[in-house]
Design a binder for this molecule. Sequence first.
Ligand code: SF4
Ligand code: SF4
Length: 364
Amino acid sequence: MESVRLPVVNQSGYYEIRLESIGGLGANLCGKMMGELGTKYMGLNSASFSSYGSEKTGTPVKAFIRYCEASKDIRVHSPVTTPHLLGIFHDALIQDHGIFSGCNSDSIVVMNTENNLEDPCAAANNIPSVKCVFTVPAQKIAIETHSRINVVMLGAMAKASGFIPIESVNKICEETLGRKYPQTLSNNLEGIRRGYNEVKRVELTLTGRTEISSEKETEAWGYQTAPIGGVNPRFGSSVISDLSASRQGYFPFFLKERCINCGLCDSACPDMVFQFQKGEYRGKEMMVNTGLDYYHCKGCLRCVSVCPVQALVKGVESEHPDKQWFLPNQDLIRVPDYYEAAGPDGYVTSESYLTEKRIEGGEI
Ligand code: SF4
Ligand code: SF4
């Protein structure tokens, strides 16, 4: 097999890729596929691995891929700190400037977003001055093609990289996803095709953007430089983390007029989204569902499944940018970046969930 020529390598001879994502968007699998296609279809040597916390949807996930010439061994097994290609699986992640860590003037950034980053008011000021930025509406394409965000991003990153052939991407998709989920193969191939064709390079103004420091490559992590215990310093927690980045285009749409305040959604929801407060329903005093704190909602749609009267339905999020019943958690106060307990109950024994009467009888 003829080897693909790498456009650039670092001092150690590697082309390095880092994927920044949130559990549930498929970055782990995408990283594995990128690693495998390097070895199987591009005549390169490659390695890949991911870093994630619990299996919980919504926690930070990073995937790392290294390519080098087939004749060279890969002796580095630490995370990629200075990526040549950075894939960002959700635009909410760019609020955390740390995701651009190590990017330099050789770096290419590919971002899943529907926002126009060329708009001077856009969040683009968070993006450092890298070699170039590409955007692709991966979530929208995934919904339209019934594929997943990860395959659309795979197609987009292949195009943006300038050296990963789409034929190789299709082959690895057929071999991995096609074998496991043959019924969805055509959807996934279409997702790849559209990601490849619809990714576009954006021209960003430099005003306000962070200049790249002239620092040399950061030292690779080893036993002397790795964080203690391999702890992921960007912890995930359903109380302080913004889980909205986990939603894959859908969210629970609340039709308050149908709600009978049965509380099943609150019991099913793993992330304290529902805001029950003392109120009145059909002339009776009881705990009433007053809204959802969508900041915590990861879009699993369990609540939609359990609601007995379809007061919660599956909605396409982009069609509802202003959520009518978006109510910040009433037991906690969110001060810019975190929550504080607002009363004696706090989030652990949320009053809306654990009042004695509800445990005994379910209804006051
Ligand atoms: S979709 Fe429903 S159950 Fe899932 S996190 Fe959001 S509110 Fe909770
Ligand atoms: S499950 Fe449905 S009816 Fe019951 S409280 Fe939740 S939204 Fe209302």
